[in-house]
Structure formats: structure tokens, C-alpha cells
Write a protein that binds this ligand. Structure first.
Ligand SMILES: Nc1ncnc2c1ncn2[C@@H]1O[C@H](COP(=O)(O)OP(=O)(O)OP(=O)(O)O)[C@@H](O)[C@H]1O
Ligand SMILES: [Mg+2]
Length: 265
């Protein structure tokens, strides 16, 4: 469960460059809910995820994750609660480290120091079992440096790493956007599987409007730091991208949706 109450973030406050990235956001995600987030460039999507992860502490408001008030906890204090995947497959893994070493680091995330560093046979068995269902043959390549993997393989590994330590929350920031269509489809399917298996409360940012309506059970549209639309249930079922854009325009009094939003439908 994620609960945001009155969350505001302003960058460069009191200067000519002040940006109100989030404006009094109220948002509650139920346990195990997968919510997609769309919105044009600069709408506040990444800032929203950063507030949940603790990368950016809000100027006002409260954040709670799984019933714990984490408002003032910096990123490292809530790391065990949160798994993240970014757009660039290179960001989530260390290229010169082996597949198994990357997984070992992921497993240690959020745990106290002193946890065994090496990768023993028990650990390898666990990693192989986690990699095998990906269907990419990575279970045979535990000793390979991650730099040798394809973008899709690397993003699959990143997703696995993000969920390996069993966080409560998964934050995905355009994590399929940099992949070719086939790899993007694989990562999307893997996301849905891992999310469902672990019952992860998930925020998934995407610029692909079709993906936003296809994946999960609820879609938010952010606009200038506010939640302009929040669709779920009957209202969301069967909705087309055109209708979504129209709904958005109605909500914003016919304000023009920017080109990028229209182009990426
Ligand atoms: N560290 C920062 N310093 C100053 N301004 C920032 C910072 N991070 C974000 N912003 C500004 O806050 C606003 C929201 O940015 P954010 O990155 O959350 O948007 P976004 O919806 O993720 O956009 P995109 O689709 O381009 O990724 C933008 O106007 C952005 O320029
Ligand atoms: Mg962003």
C-alpha cells in the first residue's frame, strides 16, 4: 500500500526558475495494485516516483508505504521497501560484474551489512531458479559479465534484481521505452508476472498510452504536477487512447495536449 497526502515539491523555490513539480497530490494505491502513469514531459511523473522512493523528500505532505510513515526517511532507510527500474537498461546493473554478482548485490539490498558477500552454491541455485523462467538462457550465464547481455536481457535482469529482495513497492520509470518492440513486450509480460506473483504495489510510468491502458487496473494522467485523470474499473475498461485524450481535454477545459502525448499514442 502506498499513501500520499498533500504532497508538494517545488524545485528552485523563490527563484525565477521555480518549478512546482507536484501540487498537493493525494493518492492511495491499494496493496498489490498496478497503476500506470502517463503525462507529457515535465508533468511530474518521475518526481512522483522519486518522492515514493525517498530520492526527493516532499516540501509538504506525508508519504506512507505498507502502513509505515516514511515521509522523512531518506532513500537508503526505505530501500528494503522499494524496487526500482529506470528507462536505460545500463542504469540498473553493473556492466563489469558477473550476472551472479549483480544478483547477489540485489539480494543484499536493504539488509544489514555483514551479510555474506560471496556467491555460494545455494545462492547460485536460487539465482538459476529465478532466471530460468525468463526463458533467456541467463541461468546458464551466471558467470558472464552483464556488459555482454543485450538490452532486453539486461532490463529483464534489472527487473528481477528490483524484485529479488521482496520489496513492497515497485517503481517503473519508462522501463520498456528504450527497448525494441519484441524486448519491450517481453519485459512488459515479465513485469506483469513478477508483480502478480509478489503482489507488489506498483507505479509504472509510460509514454505509451496503449501500454498504459493495457497494463494494470488503473491509469493516472499527470498534468503540471496534478492528477488530471484517475481511471479504473468500468470507466477504464475498453477505453481507447482517443477517448482518454478527449477525457483529459475535457478535464482540462479543452487545453491542448502537447504534441508528444499525441504522437506517442
Ligand atoms: N532536480 C531538478 N531540479 C530542477 N527542476 C527539476 C528537477 N527535477 C525535475 N525538475 C522539473 O520538475 C518538473 C517535473 O519533472 P519530472 O522529471 O517529474 O517530469 P516527468 O513527468 O517525469 O517528465 P518526462 O516525461 O520528461 O520524464 C519539470 O518541469 C522538471 O524540469
Ligand atoms: Mg520522467
Amino acid at each position: 500500500m502506498i499513501e500520499l497526502r498533500g504532497i508538494s515539491v517545488t524545485f528552485n523555490p523563490g527563484t525565477v526558475n521555480a518549478v512546482r513539480a507536484l501540487r498537493e497530490i493525494d493518492l492511495r494505491l491499494d496493496e498489490g495494485e498496478l497503476v500506470t502513469v502517463v503525462g507529457s514531459n515535465g508533468a511530474g511523473k518521475s518526481t512522483l516516483l522519486n518522492v515514493v522512493a525517498g530520492v526527493r523528500l516532499p516540501d509538504a505532505g506525508r508519504v506512507s508505504i505498507a502502513g509505515r510513515d516514511v515521509t522523512r526517511e531518506p532513500e537508503h532507510r526505505r530501500a528494503a521497501l522499494v524496487g526500482r527500474v529506470f528507462q536505460n537498461p545500463l542504469d540498473g546493473t553493473a556492466a563489469t560484474m558477473r550476472v551472479e554478482e549483480n544478483l547477489a548485490v540485489a539480494l543484499r539490498r536493504g539488509q544489514r551489512r555483514g551479510f555474506a558477500r560471496g556467491v555460494g552454491e545455494d545462492r547460485r541455485r536460487l539465482f538459476r531458479a529465478a532466471l530460468e523462467p525468463l526463458g533467456m538462457g541467463l541461468e546458464q550465464r551466471l558467470a558472464a559479465p552483464v556488459g555482454l547481455l543485450s538490452g532486453g536481457q539486461r532490463q529483464a535482469l534489472t527487473l528481477l534484481m528490483a524484485t529479488l529482495a521482496q520489496p513492497r513497492v515497485l517503481l517503473l520509470d519508462e522501463h520498456t521505452a528504450a527497448l525494441d518492440p519484441a524486448a519491450a513486450a517481453e519485459i512488459e509480460a515479465l513485469t506483469i508476472r513478477l508483480q502478480a506473483e509478489q503482489g507488489l504495489t506498483t507505479l509504472m510510468v509510460t509514454h505509451n498510452m496503449q501500454q498504459a491502458l493495457r497494463v494494470g487496473s488503473r491509469t493516472l494522467m499527470l498534468h503540471q504536477g496534478e492528477i488530471a485523470l484517475d481511471l479504473s474499473g468500468e470507466e477504464r475498461r475498453g477505453i481507447t487512447v482517443d477517448v482518454l485524450v478527449r477525457r483529459f481535454q475535457q478535464a482540462r477545459h479543452q487545453e491542448l495536449v502537447d504534441d508528444e502525448l499525441l504522437l506517442t499514442r
